[in-house]
Design a protein around this ligand. Structure first.
Ligand SMILES: [Zn+2]
Length: 88
């Protein structure tokens, strides 16, 4: 019986950014998104959640969205894209 905290990289979407608009702050097209599935645990509970980030690599403007309920990562991906493009 192990009890340890850890992070597991679930998936990473960096590169396919055709759907992301250029940065509304600095105008750079060097923008991207990534989604990770995070597992944390202690003696009493295990928590798994999705953590997604979308933003600009040039000026570091960005948004993080986390999902603690069971959702497909594509749902989170779409939310990231919409949230970014609303600002652009
Ligand atoms: Zn920027």
């Amino acid at each position: 019986m192990q009890s340890q905290s850890g992070m597991v990289e679930y998936d990473c979407f960096i590169g396919a950014n055709m759907e992301l608009k250029s940065c509304p702050f600095c105008g750079s097209e060097n923008v991207g998104k990534s989604i990770h599935k995070i597992h944390t645990s202690d003696d009493t509970q295990h928590i798994t959640y999705l953590s997604g980030w979308v933003g600009c690599y040039e000026c570091s403007a960005g948004t993080t969205i986390r999902k603690y309920e069971e959702v497909d990562y594509r749902v989170l991906e779409n939310e990231l894209i919409e949230s970014w493009n609303r600002r652009a």
